[in-house]
Design a protein around this ligand. Structure first.
Ligand code: ATP
Length: 305
């Protein structure tokens, strides 16, 4: 009897092993060719050192296959840079970030970091090189320290605090009676929008990414908080490439490069001053936003006087 029980177990085990190997095959197929190659190069630079050149060469992409959501976008960014992606809704800004993080792959053209196509890079190394901050990042029920540490679970308290300093939230945290042990409440409801966003940014900084992708990271903030966070990002951008998708243009004057998208195409690139002089799409967006801000701040009347 014991023998037949052992046989039964052996059979079940072999079935399980078979199922597991099938599953592994399916998973590797789903993950595509990048994971099946063991000799994919790691990142061009060790994690922690800035990637010095990000380039998009004639990149096109389509979500549904019926039209191009990105149409022949080319961009070369030498040195760590702070880059703003602006333009009307649906013009392709977030899609650029989706392709850089390899959430999707371009249908033609390519993206390279320091000259190496990102499809040839080791996928895990790529993931650790990039951090994305968007509206989906949330705080979890737990302490501030816990929420920042989620960026890198092995980080010590000093590293957590250093990340908070860089995100300019350290002093605020220390001013709380419980400091880093303060509970944030579900979804961070005990904090303001700006404080929550800084904690999310500190979490991203703790990962020490070479490239920081921000998708409307400051959309929920008021204008003052947005300018303050933009200053923080300018500081962070000294060591990293920061690509920031934003509807509000207030942060653009501090950026090294502004990319203006229109209908999936890169319509203009330049600094704030260059683009204002060109009197194109950016100029129009800037004028429109300034008018709205003036009207909202109640100073509109001064202008008509
Ligand atoms: P917004 O400022 O509104 O966020 P955006 O400039 O970031 O817009 P994208 O999100 O890049 O624009 O979208 C570009 C185009 O692709 C739009 O027409 C959009 O409808 C479409 N699109 C975006 N995401 C998807 C998706 N997951 N599936 C299908 N189409 C999509």
């Amino acid at each position: 009897e014991l023998g037949s029980a052992a046989n039964g177990i052996a059979e079940q085990l072999s079935g399980l092993i078979h199922a597991l190997s099938c599953w592994q095959r399916i998973e590797s197929l789903l993950q595509g060719p990048i994971d099946s190659s063991t000799d994919a190069p790691a990142l061009p630079k060790p994690v922690g050192e800035p990637i010095s050149r990000v380039s998009l060469s004639d990149v096109s992409f389509s979500y549904a296959g019926d039209r191009l959501d990105l149409d022949g976008v080319s961009l070369e960014t030498p040195l760590p840079r702070r880059i703003a992606l602006v333009g009307p809704s649906g013009s392709g800004k977030s899609t650029v970030l989706n392709l850089m993080s390899r959430t999707y792959d371009a249908i033609s053209g390519g993206i390279a970091f320091d000259g190496i196509d990102i499809r040839d890079l080791d996928s895990r190394a790529l993931k650790s090189a990039i951090a994305m901050v968007n509206q989906d990042n949330t705080l979890f029920d737990g302490s501030i320290r816990y929420n920042i540490r989620l960026g890198r679970l092995s980080a010590g308290d000093t590293e957590v605090e250093q990340a908070a300093r860089t995100a300019e939230i350290h002093d605020f945290i220390l001013s709380l009676p419980q400091g880093y042990d303060t509970e944030v409440g579900e979804g961070g409801r005990l904090l303001s929008g700006g404080q929550r966003q800084r904690i999310v940014i500190a979490r991203a900084i703790l990962r020490d990414p070479q490239i920081l992708l921000l998708d409307e990271a400051t959309a929920s903030l008021d204008a003052e908080a947005e300018v303050a966070i933009s200053r923080t990002l300018a500081h962070i951008g000294a060591r990293r490439t920061v690509l920031s998708v934003t509807h509000r243009l207030a942060s653009c004057p501090a950026m090294d490069l502004i990319c203006v998208f229109r209908n999936g195409r890169l319509a203009e690139t330049g600094t704030h001053d260059e683009l204002l002089q060109r009197r194109g799409t950016y100029h129009d967006l800037w004028e429109k936003q300034s008018q709205i801000e003036i009207a909202e701040s109640g100073k509109g009347a001064d202008i008509t006087l």
